[in-house]
Design a protein around this ligand. Structure first.
Ligand SMILES: NC(=O)c1ccc[n+]([C@@H]2O[C@H](COP(=O)([O-])OP(=O)(O)OC[C@H]3O[C@@H](n4cnc5c(N)ncnc54)[C@H](OP(=O)(O)O)[C@@H]3O)[C@@H](O)[C@H]2O)c1
Length: 281
């Protein structure tokens, strides 16, 4: 079944869309990434999320080339790491990512973390605006930005981020940040959409819903994302799981299901990666 496309409204050079469901690649070697990306394209994925800091852009590029797809058939996102924030370094960083990926442009380039203590996200954003104008990326966006960071960007730039990629799953549904993103015309992307396969997936409420629709708890959580218009890219390491995670467009959660999933919220975050405190470079 076809993955829906979501329109990106801002920070783009031309009207464009992103597949609502893609593949995440964190914590995988180049070799494993190459193999997995190849399989993902084979079973129907068209969107891949990577980052300079994952150190597997080479694998993403090789997996894409192995797929035999044309460049415009794939949506490739990567991210600017903290140690490369700054105007000149951000411009060089995308060139290096393009070299590793072996492509002329990416579809989406994100500031990975705001790192407010570093104080460089505005100049990094200004560099990304130039990279957008130069056609090295089709859209620019941010990740892990809170309302205060987005507001500072808005005061210093007329380019609105196309997306804000944040931690988002039933444990931490990010209602306020999603509302803030939407009010600014920013599409919210969910990272760790499955809560990184923590105890969330063992919840009896999810299992009950899964049984009702003859789906798995993972599929129920992904369907919850899809019904809210969230863009996401669960990571999975086998062909069977990749296929299963795409099979979420043939059932519909009802209001009772959605209410039961809402009750799972407890503010838990993967590895405590709260952008208020968390830094990585
Ligand atoms: N912007 C950021 O700061 C940031 C931070 C973290 C992550 N991300 C992005 O978000 C992506 C996804 O997040 P994530 O990798 O942390 O976690 P996730 O997608 O929430 O969960 C991945 C886990 O779920 C398991 N899983 C996937 N499909 C399954 C299925 N059908 N049945 C059972 N288990 C299944 C995977 O197992 P196996 O792998 O063993 O199959 C893996 O352990 C990352 O890969 C990365 O691209 C971005």
């Amino acid at each position: 079944m076809a993955v829906p496309q979501i329109a990106l409204m801002n920070g783009t050079r031309e009207p464009m869309t992103i597949p609502q469901l893609g593949l995440g690649t964190a914590r995988m070697s180049d070799e494993d990434t190459q193999q997995l990306v190849r399989v993902a394209f084979d079973v129907g994925y068209r969107s891949i999320d990577t980052a300079a800091s994952y150190e597997n852009e080479v694998g993403v590029g090789r997996g894409f080339r192995d797929s035999g797809l044309a460049r415009e058939q794939a949506f490739i996102s990567t991210k600017l790491r903290g140690s490369e924030q700054g105007f000149d370094s951000a411009k060089k960083a995308l060139d290096a990512s393009l070299d590793r990926l072996g492509v002329d442009y990416v579809d989406l380039y994100l500031i990975h973390w705001p790192l407010p203590r570093l104080g460089k996200y505005i100049e990094s954003w200004n560099a990304m605006e130039e990279l957008l104008a130069e056609g090295k990326t089709r859209a620019i966006g941010v990740s892990n930005f809170m309302a205060e960071h987005l507001e500072r960007l808005a005061q210093n730039s007329s380019t609105v981020p196309a997306v804000n990629q944040i931690e988002l799953h039933p444990r931490e549904p990010q209602r306020l940040q999603r509302a803030d993103d939407a009010a600014r015309g920013i599409v919210t992307e969910a990272w760790s959409p499955l809560g990184n396969a923590g105890d969330l997936l063992q919840e009896p409420a999810l299992r009950k819903i899964a049984e009702k629709y003859q789906k798995s708890p993972v599929q129920v959580v992904l369907r919850w994302h899809m019904q809210q218009g969230i863009v996401t890219f669960p990571k999975a390491s086998t062909r069977a799981r990749l296929e299963q995670n795409l099979e979420v467009f043939d059932f519909e959660l009802g209001p009772d299901d959605l209410a039961a999933i809402s009750s799972l919220e407890n503010g838990w975050r993967v590895n405590g990666q709260d952008p208020r405190h968390y830094e990585e470079f």
